[in-house]
Design a protein around this ligand. Sequence first.
Ligand SMILES: *Cc1c(COP(=O)(O)O)cnc(C)c1O
Length: 387
Amino acid sequence: MGSGRFFGFVVGGTHPAALAADWLVSAWDQNSGLRRVTPAHSAVEDVTSAWLLDLLGLPGESAVGFVTGGTMANFTGLAAGRDAVLRKAGWDVAQRGLTGGPRVRVIVGAERHDTVDLALRYLGLGSPEQVPVDDQGRLRADALQSALDEGGDEPTIVVLQAGNVHSGAFDPFTEAITAAHAHGAWVHVDGAFGLWAAASPSYRHLVLGCEAADSWATDAHKTLNVPYDTGLAIVRDAAALRASMGMHGAYLIHDELGEPFDKVPELSRRGRAFPVWAVLRSLGRSGVAELVDRLCHHASTFAASLDEIEGVTVLNDVVFTQVCATFGTDQRTEEVVRRMLEDGTAWMTGSTWRDQSILRISVSNWSTNENDVERSLDAVRKAVVGL
Ligand SMILES: *Cc1c(COP(=O)(O)O)cnc(C)c1O
């Protein structure tokens, strides 16, 4: 999985600076939830949070929670959203629970990530309403508008996506957020790997408008290449996040500035900000932009070269780091997936997208170079022989 020729799922490798910092985090063994007890970590978390908001183009006043990954980042943002829309409807969910309260409508695109549904399940919100997507898996803003218009003014959450796991596509943020906010909805963006487009001047246009949302989820262990397990839950209204995640204990030493644990589901936690700080400090703004550009460049190379192979079709517009290819029929595609795994030069996984079997390539590792891409393409060329 750490190899530059691992293109399965959407994972990412480990940048050396982040790895070194992560070793120190384990050696120091600090429970970093309380500001007064681990002031160094809290200071680094504050600095890193400000850098992240700047890099991702998100509102400077937002609170950043260092969680375990994208799933918990989705959970955290949606928890803040659930509580806020219910509070607006006069229902204090922290006090009264969900039973007997107003129904919360949750609207998602048909191709949102499955962890959104999982997070909604944790939150007692059940299964979301799906609106149709276009041929790249982007939620259709017109369909969202109709869905919103059909409802009344009940408490509503809209979940958008920055980076579809198959196509890499981004939802139409400006239109969707404008429509959702006109209905008083909370907008959450799942940008586990795609939110990082904001860090590159060449790809920033993909996330344009998403800064108007209310909460965002992203990973540090994917595009940023920090070791597991680090995700980021970002909420514009810091008080709303604290209302959902904050807690008080008579035996804890509370600081009036608020505690790192007030922004995440966990109480005890490792010093997750150090590896994120280290990779940002090491790469700098231009280094993160180059990292994003490089991943996207390799994805484009894959797409262009795959298209040249007889019988191969790249199904998606390769706008970011994801490539989906078919090899004529489902059976042929599945055979290529099998041969690739058996060959072992590169790891690429199969999936199903737009009702077809596909070979999916996700370029997420900082260390992938031109040679890795060429060797992997050679393996694909070999796998199609005699299909
Ligand atoms: C990976 C991913 C998640 C889940 O993140 P984890 O870090 O695996 O918990 C959520 N949404 C999207 C779009 C993802 O790619």
